[in-house]
Design a protein around this ligand. Structure first.
Ligand code: F6R
Length: 260
């Protein structure tokens, strides 16, 4: 894994947006995997600034990681609405090329299978942007999720519902279930780019970067990805033990070894 430690959340967003911009510049019809929640907001802001400066995102496609089950698409906290508000509009994406799992489908298993088929039909995800939960989840793959899981229905962990209650009027309103890309689905992306800021993520980051690969810390599955980059601020890096080495590798990153 490539671990990049920067000063704060603005720098996390700037670095991650730079990586995504490189991919889109090389492939204007790139397929992006997009995350919701607070962590990627600075990345989207920085990408929007790059778009204002001339980066063409109009041919990009995007697939969201997850969606709540049973919440209307026009509910402001549905991921359909969040992706439209935070990603599609500011980045000027073509909405017809943006997909979010259908948490309202009568047959959720069929919707999950269909989502996998849509990703495959698009040629797979070129770069998957990820946040991480305090319990180590990526997407909504909660602890003990199968490391080879595909898109499916999951029950949100109580800790995840509590963390996300800040977006709703009360805890009761946070849905119990979601449709989420699986860990195997995420591993299929050509690149994985995980962003995290703040001390509340420090333990999860230490576990997924320096701990064993384990379904107890689902993000640790990224150790099995050939091109995973973890972009974190100083606070999120505070429980890592090899920070000197990570800084050293970034300083000595050489063009003959582009995917360190
Ligand atoms: C969101 C998602 C989740 C979040 C995670 C962190 O689509 O899949 O894994 O990335 O819960 O959320 P924030 O960034 O709000 O702390």
């Amino acid at each position: 894994m490539e671990v990049v430690i920067v000063a704060g959340s603005v720098e996390v967003g700037a670095f991650a947006a730079g990586r995504i911009a490189e991919i889109v510049a090389a492939k204007p019809e790139a397929v992006l995997g997009v995350a919701t929640g607070s962590s990627p907001l600075e990345t989207y802001r920085a990408l929007a600034a790059r778009r204002d400066a001339g980066l063409d995102l109009s041919r990009v496609s995007a697939f969201a990681l997850d969606e709540y089950v049973g919440i209307a698409h026009d509910h402001p906290e549905s991921y359909h609405a969040v992706v439209d508000r935070e990603v599609v509009q500011p980045l000027g994406l073509d909405a017809s090329r943006v997909r979010v799992p259908d948490g309202l489908a009568a047959d959720l298993d069929a919707a999950a299978e269909d989502y996998e088929a849509q990703i495959a039909a698009a040629g797979g995800v070129d770069v998957q942007l990820l946040g991480i939960g305090g319990n180590g989840h990526i997407g909504f793959n909660e602890p003990t999720s199968s490391l080879v899981s595909r898109t499916r229905v999951k029950t949100l962990a109580p800790a995840t519902r509590e963390a996300n209650a800040r977006f709703f009027d009360s805890l009761d309103q946070v849905p119990m279930h979601c449709l989420t890309q699986g860990l195997g689905t995420i591993l299929d992306a050509k690149r994985a780019l995980l962003v995290a800021q703040g001390a509340s993520k420090a333990h999860a980051i230490a576990q997924i970067v320096e701990g064993p690969v384990s379904s107890m810390w689902p993000g640790s599955v990224l150790q099995l990805h050939r091109h995973a980059t973890i972009v974190i601020d100083e606070a999120a890096a505070s429980e890592l033990t090899l920070t000197d080495y990570y800084r050293y590798t970034v300083e000595h990153r050489s063009i003959v070894q582009p995917d360190a």
